[in-house]
Design a protein around this ligand. Structure first.
Ligand code: SF4
Length: 370
């Protein structure tokens, strides 16, 4: 990734980052761009201001949510997914990375110590891609090292790239999950512009699995197109001919969704994309989705493909779907968001015991309120 300019706030606590950039300017103001794309080409390295650790902003009690936590120290992304919600969400579009691991870790340690019984799954991808800003992956490596000693936390890196080399020799202690969002090559080419192709992502998965990291998979957003059934079957087969289901800690499934404002942005920013041209229904959460029977068919078919390759042993869950969809797809449903949180901690305890410090106590999770 070549940035058109790099600006570094003079208050950044870790100036060693500067060696990655031959040219940069110093300013405490990030450059401002009205255009969503322009901001992706300009990097602002910022100090930590305010709180960055919180529960996923998409959590909604109308769904059975996985209630992951996030560190929002990355904002915007050099990739260009046509469906990316950031194009409608960010007011400051400059790609910004908070380069202050110590301050971030202090906040995480303080907040996670308040619930010592809980396994916190903590992602770094809320407003960007965890591993896309390659020269700054040093910060991902720092986080991996620091999470090794955090008993009740799992770090979740999530990417559509393949820049995993810096992670391979790090002592991670099984406390970091490296995850990929995956889609068939037809979708990657048309709708996930600038990201690594499927084969490169799979090779990167193999590398991190070989280095002992648990791997996460996110079939989300599943997108309809002519021949989608066979394409998703080939996708599942390609992934699991390269990696062992035993290395996969969890799999999430979701389908394309966006609000009406986003629809306009997609059509404006990516006029050749066809993703807004299909039949979709606006739900009471103000999001367009494929009609429910179609989504359920997509999820069930994907589950059957996963079963065929022996990946049904991996904990699989739906993203931003309601109780009734869970019931129709899995024939069962967690009774609450806290219950799903517990089930995820339990699966880690049973399948990846080195990644979790103690047997999760169901009663604590069931008492969680959102
Ligand atoms: S990788 Fe994620 S954050 Fe980056 S453009 Fe795609 S959807 Fe947006």
């Amino acid at each position: 990734m070549k940035f058109k300019s790099v600006t570094v706030d003079p208050h950044v606590a870790e100036p060693s980052v500067l060696k990655h950039f031959p040219y940069y300017s110093l300013s405490s103001q990030s450059p401002k761009f009205s255009d969503y794309r322009q901001g992706k080409r300009h990097l602002f390295v910022a100090p930590k201001k305010g709180e960055l650790f919180h529960i996923c902003a998409s959590l909604d009690t109308r769904y059975i949510c996985c209630s992951t936590h996030v560190i929002s120290h990355i904002s915007n992304c050099p990739f260009e997914c046509t469906y990316c919600f950031l194009q409608n969400y960010l007011t400051d579009t400059t790609l910004t990375v908070v380069a202050d691991t110590e301050a971030i870790m202090r906040e995480i340690c303080y907040k996670t110590a308040l619930q010592p019984w809980r396994l916190f799954r903590i992602g770094t991808w809320e407003l960007g891609d965890s591993l896309a800003v390659e020269p700054l992956n040093k910060f991902a490596v720092d986080l991996v090292r620091r999470f090794r000693d955090l008993d009740n936390c799992l770090l979740k890196l999530r990417t559509k790239g393949d820049a995993v080399e810096p992670l391979l020799d790090v002592e991670h202690g099984g406390k970091t999950v490296v995850s990929w969002t995956v889609n068939p090559p037809e979708i990657i080419k048309r709708e996930e512009i600038g990201t690594a192709g499927l084969e490169k992502r799979i090779q990167a998965m193999k590398k991190v699995a070989g280095a002992g990291y648990p791997v996460g998979l996110h079939f989300d957003p599943m997108i309809m197109f002519s021949g989608w059934e066979a394409a998703y079957k080939r996708l599942v087969e390609a992934i699991f001919s390269a990696i062992d289901p035993e290395d996969v800690i969890w799999i999430s499934i979701g389908s394309l969704r966006f609000n009406p404002e986003m629809k306009k942005k997609i059509e404006n920013n990516y006029p050749s994309s066809r993703i807004t041209a299909q039949e979709m229904i606006l739900g009471d959460d103000n999001k367009f989705r494929y009609p429910r029977p179609l989504r359920e068919e997509m999820y069930r078919l994907l589950l059957s493909f996963l079963e065929e390759v022996g990946a049904d042993q991996c904990f699989t869950y739906l993203c931003m779907e309601r109780w009734n969809v869970w019931e129709r797809v899995f024939g069962r449903c967690p009774s609450s968001i806290g219950h799903l949180d517990y089930l995820m901690a339990q699966t880690v305890y049973e399948r990846f015991p080195q990644s979790v410090f103690q047997k999760p106590q169901k009663a604590f999770y069931m008492a969680l309120t959102y």
